[in-house]
Each structure stands twice: as structure tokens, then as C-alpha cells.
Design a protein around this ligand. Structure first.
Ligand code: UDX
Length: 429
């Protein structure tokens, strides 16, 4: 099948490469010449494990093509996926301007019946507006069939998630879109949820809101543990054994970040306000998330009043170079403001971090980050932080003091190693 994907971020490019790998002929439309040229040469631009290889393989097989011009792609395609960004506006609402620009550009280039499936996370009603725009600006009689086909992939495991979905959601109001999207997804396992467009649109927000709620719930319990001397890991392990609750995705820390959970919670709050729904519950999820970072900052500032701090981890989670809404960035900025001198290490995110924070020192070795530091602050649970030469760490630091924002180590081990060790929801050592 010939398909087009509009947008080449995490969702767009991964979707395009996976469908090309299944043998489809895939066009990808972007709007920046420099980026399209890099993609044509096999550079995925974003850091995502396995993506470079998948892209290069499919470029070589001539199953994936990149263009700036809708005319190259749309007239030949049976399905187009919209996968452009819906970033938050200042009031938290989703900015849909890129979606509506795409709808117009599509309209001008439609020559035969086309299924227009939206993968971007959009408020309920957006697909209806996409249809209105396309029908208004269309220059031929060719019919369009809209659908909402939300994507649930995570950064860092985007290809795996796309190949092993728990469910494939197809929200549509025509047999044509349902049939064609079922056919296209045929190589993939996962339960099919065939529903109306509004439900599909809301499924994506609901999933991300539930994930954010689980994390904020774990963080809230960690605050109780810190005040009472209970141990958050033991509490959540025990609670998570109840199969109705489960332990996955309930790890306390310095809060959730990234390009989806924070933005989707705030968009859902705005949608709720417009619908005159009490959004107190979602606001609490957001407030706890902010408090998780503040609580961590408090621990640091109460123990070290000034001087040099070594930071490990800048990305919003491991296996990505993405720093969008990263709690680490938020915390580093606050520490700078309070007068601390920061040296930071991250295995992948330094180049991106440099664009956002210029006034700290970056190093390409975790041990260099802690040289003569008064404290080590761990913000992202990269694998390489799991087996550390603690003797070396102690020799390099001004004092053996660690703030672990991801509960990477056992307090008993750190006690044996004679570190002062502060973590999340567990007794300080
Ligand atoms: C998320 C959703 O998981 C995915 O389904 C959706 O399509 C996009 O948004 P992503 O943002 O890539 O994916 O990352 P995810 O692994 O979900 O982590 C998000 C944030 O939550 C990270 O900052 C992570 O550190 C934090 N997190 C996650 C926790 O603090 N505790 C947890 O238990 C899990």
C-alpha cells in the first residue's frame, strides 16, 4: 500500500519506518529542507535506539521517501497519517495550528479518495474540524474518510512499542477507513479497538492521564513515607502485588517529564474547563508532580548550602536525548538560581541541554562531574549509573554525599559504603 506520514518526530518517523519495513511504500512529508535532506541521507535526527538502522535499511530498499512537497506524496497515497506536534500553549491548551495547516495542505493536493488518520494527540472534535477544513478547501470531488488512530509508543522503546502494541485503536465513522486501517495494521498483534472518533481521541488523553496519575500517586505516598519513616519501595511493592493495582509504572522520583504526560495533563485540564467539568483531580496530579521536584530540591538545599554539585542525568528518562519538560532541567535551573555551581553529565542529552542551559559545565564522564563536588545529584536512571566504582567516587568528591532522585541504590549498601544518602520516600542514611 502507498501511504504518507506527515511529520517525522518520534511518532511520525517510527510509524513510517515500521510500515515501510512491512513492505509498504511510504512517503514522509516535512517542512524543513535541512531536516528532510538529513533524513534522505539516513540520519533520523532524533535519538531513538534502532531507528537509524531501520531508516537506512528501508531507504536502501527504496520503500521510504522524504519530501517537502505534498504533491509528491498525496496523489499516490491511499492513507495519510497526521503525526505533527500539538505543543502546549501558554495556558496549557493544545496548540492545533500545525494540524490545521496540514489539513489545508492536504486539501489542495487530494486527487483520489483518501483515508486521513490522525496519530497526533488531539482534543475531542479535532478530527471533525480536520474533515471540515479539507472538505472546504478540496479542489476535486474525491472523498476523504477521517479516522483517529492514536499512538502509544514511548521514547526510548519506540520501535519495540510500535511492533508490540497492547492495542490498536481505530476511531472512524466509515467502513472505508476501518477496512483500510485494519488491513494496514494486519502484521501487528494487539487487541483491535474499533470505535467512534470521539472515543478514540479521548482514549489517548485518558491513557496518559492514568499513567501520570499512577506516578503522582507513587510520589504522594513517598511524601507520606518521608514524614512517617515508612519505606516507599516496600509499601508500593506490597500494594502492587494486588493484581487490581499492579506495580508497573508506579515508581516515585522527581516527577514525570517528557513531551507527552505534562502536556497532555494540562491539555485535558483545559478541555475539562471548557466542558465545565471539575478538574480538581487532574490539577492534583499536576501539583504533586511539581511538588516531587520541589521536595527533592529542599532535601539538597537543607543539607548543602552552597558550592559545587555534580549532576548525573539530564534527559527526562533513560535511553533518550530528549530534555523536553525534563525534571532534571527544572531542578538544575533552580539550583543555579540558588547559587550552586553545577557540573553535569548525561550519556546522550548534553548537546540538547547545551541549547537550553548555557551557564553550567558539561563533562563526558560521570566521574569528572563529581570532582571536588560537595554532593552528587542523580536525576535520570541510566543503566550506566547502576554499577559504579564507589571508591573512586569517594576519592573524587569533597564529601561522600548523594541525592538519588530515582531510588537507584539500596540504602543499606550506601550505608556500608559510608555515604550520606538521600533518596525518595526512604529514610536518609
Ligand atoms: C508516554 C507514554 O508512556 C506513552 O504511552 C505515550 O504514547 C507518550 O507518553 P514517554 O513520554 O516516552 O511516553 O515516557 P514514559 O516512559 O511514559 O515516561 C514519562 C515520564 O514519567 C518520565 O519522566 C519518567 O521518568 C516518568 N516516570 C515513569 C516516573 O517517574 N515513574 C514511573 O514509574 C514511570
Amino acid at each position: 500500500m502507498t501511504i504518507t506520514v506527515i511529520g517525522h518526530g518520534y511518532v511520525g518517523l517510527v510509524t513510517a519506518c515500521v510500515f515501510a519495513d512491512f513492505g509498504n511504500d511510504v512517503w514522509v512529508i516535512g517542512h524543513t529542507k535541512e531536516k528532510i535532506n538529513r533524513l534522505k541521507k539516513g540520519d533520523p535526527i532524533i535519538f531513538e535506539p534502532g531507528l537509524s538502522e531501520l531508516l537506512q535499511k528501508n531507504l536502501k530498499a527504496k520503500r521510504i521517501h522524504f519530501t517537502l512537497d505534498y504533491q509528491d506524496a498525496i496523489p499516490h497515497s491511499e492513507v495519510v497519517f497526521i503525526a505533527v506536534g500539538t505543543p502546549p500553549k501558554t495556558n496549557g491548551e493544545a496548540d492545533l495550528s500545525a494540524i490545521y495547516t496540514v489539513a489545508r495542505n492536504l486539501a489542495y493536493n487530494i486527487k483520489k479518495p483518501l483515508v486521513v488518520a490522525c496519530k497526533s494527540t488531539v482534543p475531542v472534535g479535532t478530527n471533525q474540524k480536520i474533515a471540515i477544513i479539507i472538505n472546504r478547501y478540496k479542489r476535486t470531488q474525491a472523498r476523504i474518510f477521517t479516522a483517529s488512530c492514536p499512538e502509544f509508543l514511548r521514547e526510548g522503546s519506540a520501535i519495540y512499542d510500535t511492533l508490540h502494541p497492547d492495542r490498536i485503536v481505530i476511531g472512524a465513522d466509515s467502513k472505508k477507513s476501518i477496512d483500510i486501517l485494519i488491513k494496514l495494521h494486519q502484521p501487528l498483534n494487539g487487541k483491535r479497538i474499533i470505535t467512534d472518533i470521539a472515543s478514540a481521541e479521548l482514549i489517548k488523553y485518558t491513557a496518559n492521564a492514568m499513567l501520570a496519575t499512577k506516578i503522582s500517586f507513587a510520589n504522594l505516598i513517598s511524601f507520606y513515607c518521608e514524614k512517617t519513616g515508612a519505606d516507599v519501595e516496600t509499601v508500593l511493592d506490597a500494594v502492587g502485588l494486588d493484581q487490581r493495582i499492579g506495580r508497573v509504572y508506579m515508581n516515585p522520583g522527581i516527577g514525570f517529564g517528557g513531551s507527552c504526560l505534562p502536556k497532555d495533563i494540562s491539555a485535558l485540564i483545559q478541555i475539562g474547563k471548557q466542558l465545565k467539568i471539575d478538574v480538581g483531580f487532574l490539577k492534583a496530579v499536576e501539583n504533586i508532580n511539581n511538588h516531587a521536584a520541589e521536595n527533592f530540591i529542599d532535601k539538597i538545599t537543607k543539607t548543602v548550602t552552597d558550592g559545587k554539585i555534580g549532576v548525573w542525568g539530564i534527559s527526562f528518562k533513560p535511553n533518550t536525548d530528549d530534555i523536553r519538560d525534563s525534571p532534571s532541567i527544572k531542578i538544575i535551573l533552580r539550583l543555579i538560581q540558588l547559587g550552586y555551581i553545577i557540573t553535569a553529565y548525561d550519556p546522550a542529552a548534553i548537546n540538547n541541554a547545551k541549547k537550553s542551559i548555557k551557564i553550567i559545565k558539561y563533562v563526558n564522564d560521570p566521574y569528572l562531574a563529581i570532582k571536588s563536588a560537595k554532593a552528587l545529584v542523580i536525576m535520570t536512571e541510566w543503566n550506566e549509573f547502576k554499577q559504579i566504582d564507589w571508591k573512586k567516587v569517594k576519592q573524587l568528591m569533597q564529601q561522600p554525599l548523594i541525592f538519588d532522585g530515582r531510588n537507584l541504590y539500596q540504602p543499606a549498601t550506601m550505608k556500608q559504603l559510608k555515604f550520606r544518602y538521600f533518596s525518595i520516600g526512604r529514610k536518609p542514611i
